[in-house]
Design a protein around this ligand. Sequence first.
Ligand code: NAG
Ligand code: NAG
Ligand code: NAG
Length: 346
Amino acid sequence: MRKMLLTNIKHWLFLMSTICLIVIGYWVFGTEVKIVALKPLTNQRQPSVLGVDEWRKAISLDNFDYEEQLVVLYNRVPKTGSTSFVNIAYDLCKRNRFHVLHINITANSHVLSLPNQVSFARNVTKWHEMKPALYHGHVAYLDFSKFQISHNPIYINLVRKPLDRLVSYYYFLRYGDNYRPNLVRKKAGNKITFDECVKLKQPDCDPKNMWLQIPFFCGHAAECWEPGSQWALNEAKNNLVNKYFLVGVTEQMEDFVDLLEKSLPRMFHGFREYYQHSNKSHLRNTLNKRPPSEETVAAIMESKIWKMENELYEYALQQFEFNKRKLLQPDKKQIQRYMYEKIKPK
Ligand SMILES: *[C@@H]1O[C@H](CO)[C@@H](O)[C@H](O)[C@H]1NC(C)=O
Ligand SMILES: *[C@@H]1O[C@H](CO)[C@@H](O)[C@H](O)[C@H]1NC(C)=O
Ligand SMILES: *[C@@H]1O[C@H](CO)[C@@H](O)[C@H](O)[C@H]1NC(C)=O
């Protein structure tokens, strides 16, 4: 009986000491594991690779210099009056200390290849010597957030009444403009007027050619470039309000310039004044342009493509008018302001 009790106590003691050993072992080695796990992080925090200031910059967005890091991307649609606007930028970039860069894509393609999308997005983001920078080119909207980029550029654009744009483009290909009057254009020598072209149903005035502003705002998806796609129109509208900082209309260029100047003065300071008073900004006019007849206009307005492109134009116009109205207080006399109050705790 006593013997049995003794062996029981022995077993019990053995069990307890084993548990103690396990607990102590786990504590010692566990901490060791924890310390080892922490080590690489503590090493990284030491400013051995980057300086303390660079580290602060890297980990804190507060230090992002929104003025000096400003990148504006103007993916201009052909024949929307974009040259006038870009000319002001070229004239004032030196005075306002920013760079203007033209994006020249092989064969005038409006869509970038996949490798070029990556390299373009990275290049624009990392090319600090160019900042603040205004990039412009005939390229469809590209969503920078796809490419692991932390700061997207600010997108701006202009839209024009779709038929006006088509007619302008039609005569531009035949007669050029007063900007580069000696350049021989693609269709030089072709004397058919736009009205005749519509009557003869020639391809140059096919409403399908109006499918351009929608894909420019829609972007790099295949369906953006399918004339008549409802999905593309919806996507273009969504991008226009969600991804673009400001979209103006050609018919109100001065107000567009004014809104830009008021919102982003670091780059656009003095643009309005310059636009009003320099003769250069109005320079580019397509030569020999004849307004289309009522009959032609009626025929074009029947087409599905015109209706859809016009819907985008009207949508952009509505948004632009809204932005313009909201600049002023409801009494229309004073510019809107805001301030902070009731700041607690003191
Ligand atoms: C783009 O670059 C090509 C090749 O260098 C050149 O021929 C073309 O004129 C350029 N386009 C513009 C609009 O400057
Ligand atoms: C961006 O591209 C240009 C032209 O290819 C090049 O000269 C420049 O070094 C690039 N910048 C960066 C930061 O990669
Ligand atoms: C346009 O501006 C240029 C340079 O500023 C000047 O030489 C020229 O006389 C002006 N032309 C007109 C018509 O005002």
